[in-house]
Design a protein around this ligand. Structure first.
Ligand code: UD1
Length: 458
């Protein structure tokens, strides 16, 4: 099997497993102190959009620090379906988009990976035409794409809906988008990225106002700049792009994953364990580190990219409201909820970014937490102890949060819904086992037979 097959198989296997009765689970035996060091992988959300961005370039690109995840396999599948050659070698992907043979992304993959809709921007910019199925909603909300579409129209594209497919094209014979002024009603990460990519090859200047400021947007801008794009202001709320006729080959390394790093920080905080992690970019973790400090856990830097968790005596109650960057990230909301279940007092967590991202409340309560939902806020009354239970991750970060809770719970937690977890965490069992956690992945069909409920050292 060649390395390209490898990438494709990752996502196909995951699809089979998620639908099969023997879908695996992770068993976690909690209350084990952790110690040692965890390596942080490349950022999933950067890697996904940078891979989409390779479509802009008619020469080879090498992308390093790509995490080995199901979602990355799916994005590679989309690129392959468009005629792009993708070769994986460890955490490096070589992408050759010199001859794109199709302008239509396959529904079977786009429906499973929302971020693959983002290829609409670079496809349209490169070919003058793109056909991408509407991604549909997902567990955390409806997730519309109106901002992407309105922005593409502001750059001169005609956009029609045709049997569930978004068909975008540049009218006229030249096939090139035209720079324009775009104001986003909401600083959508995906819309900012789609439009920034589209504008790199447009004629003239594009200004995106109320742009998303997430570190992954800046990473994408840096990647595009490395290919010769003219972009300034990425990482602020106004991004200016001056279109160029073509982009050139580059070799680019993805930033570390701030959400994976944050999840491991929470694993340290909830088990009161002084683990360290690297590499991180501390500025990307400012809201996470600040909220941890309020909750009684300090994060100390050892050098510029290594952090150590310094647990306090007590876990303190906190208030959190999720916001676009540099506000508190919605992708860390569930993990912080795990921490607050054990705090000395009442915490309040309000989700404002997605309309349906508190489904994990019921799962935490199954573990003995005391959480009450009022609208989009959760009031969490800290309890002295969580007890292990069978739980299901309802989305990617919920699954990670339940795993974190399981590390601190009395007895065994059995985590279902790993098809979510595997979308975003590379080797999570191995990374946590290496710092002393007791957990193992088993087929769920073996659970009935395994009635001994004994801890296993992995
Ligand atoms: C990205 C991240 C995801 C993160 C989210 C918010 C990737 C691959 N995913 O998702 O992990 O949780 O940012 O930080 O990078 N919206 C609209 N209309 C649109 C687009 C978005 O109303 O056209 C709304 C969404 O429904 C949602 C909010 O804007 O309520 C934020 O979504 P957005 O920033 O677009 O998230 P994604 O880019 O999908």
């Amino acid at each position: 099997m060649n390395s390209e097959d490898n990438v494709i198989n990752t996502s196909l296997q995951a699809d089979k497993l998620s639908s099969s009765e023997s879908a695996p689970v992770i068993e976690i035996w909690g209350k084990r102190p952790l110690s040692g060091h965890i390596s942080v992988s490349g950022a999933k959300n950067s890697a996904l959009v940078v891979l989409a961005g390779t479509i802009l370039c008619s020469q080879d690109c090498r992308i390093r620090n790509i995490p080995n995840l199901v979602d990355i396999g799916r994005m590679a599948d989309v690129l392959t379906a468009l005629g792009v050659k993708v070769t994986r070698n460890g955490d490096t992907l070589d992408v050759d988009a010199s001859s794109i043979s199709h302008s239509r992304a396959p529904y079977e993959i786009v429906s499973k990976l929302r971020a693959s809709f983002f290829v609409i921007g670079p496809l349209l910019a490169r070919l003058g035409v793109a056909r991408v199925p509407l991604p549909g909603g997902c567990a955390i909300g409806a997730r519309p794409v109106a901002l992407h579409i309105r922005g593409l129209q502001a750059l001169g594209a005609e956009v029609h809906m045709d049997h569930g497919i978004v068909h975008a094209y540049v009218p006229g014979t030249r096939g090139r988008l035209k720079g324009g002024k775009i104001y986003l009603d909401y600083p959508s990460v995906g819309a900012t990225e789609t439009l920034m990519m589209a504008a790199t090859l447009a004629e003239g200047e594009t200004v995106i106002e109320n742009a998303a400021q997430e570190p992954e947007v800046l990473d994408l801008a840096n990647f595009c700049r490395a290919m010769g794009a003219r972009i300034r202001g990425a990482g602020t709320n106004t991004i200016t792009i001056v279109g160029v006729p073509s982009l050139h080959s580059t070799d680019y390394g993805i930033i570390p994953d701030r959400i994976e790093a944050g999840t491991f920080m929470l694993a340290g905080a909830i088990t009161k364990s002084p683990i360290s992690l690297s590499p991180i970019i501390p500025e990307h973790l400012t809201p996470i580190i600040a909220k941890l400090a309020e909750a009684g856990t300090r994060v100390e830097m050892e050098g510029h990219s290594r952090a150590r968790i310094v647990p306090g005596e007590k876990l303190l109650p906190i208030e959190i409201e999720t916001r676009p960057h540099p506000g508190f990230p919605t992708d860390m909301q569930a993990q912080f909820m795990a921490l607050t279940t054990l705090a000395n007092g009442d915490s309040v967590i309000t989700e404002t970014v997605f309309e349906n991202r508190l489904q994990h409340v019921a799962e935490f309560n199954r573990m003995g937490a005391n959480i009450r939902l009022t609208g989009n806020s959760a009031v969490i009354r800290g309890v002295p102890q969580l007890s292990g239970a069978p739980v299901t991750g309802t989305d990617l970060r919920a699954a990670a949060a339940l795993l974190v809770a399981g590390l601190a719970a009395e007895g065994k937690t059995t985590l279902h819904g790993l098809h979510h977890l595997d979308r975003g965490y590379e080797n999570i069992e191995a990374k946590l086992s290496a710092v002393g956690a007791r957990l193992r992945r088993v087929p769920s069909s073996s659970l009935v037979a395994d009635s001994a409920n004994q801890p296993v050292v992995v």
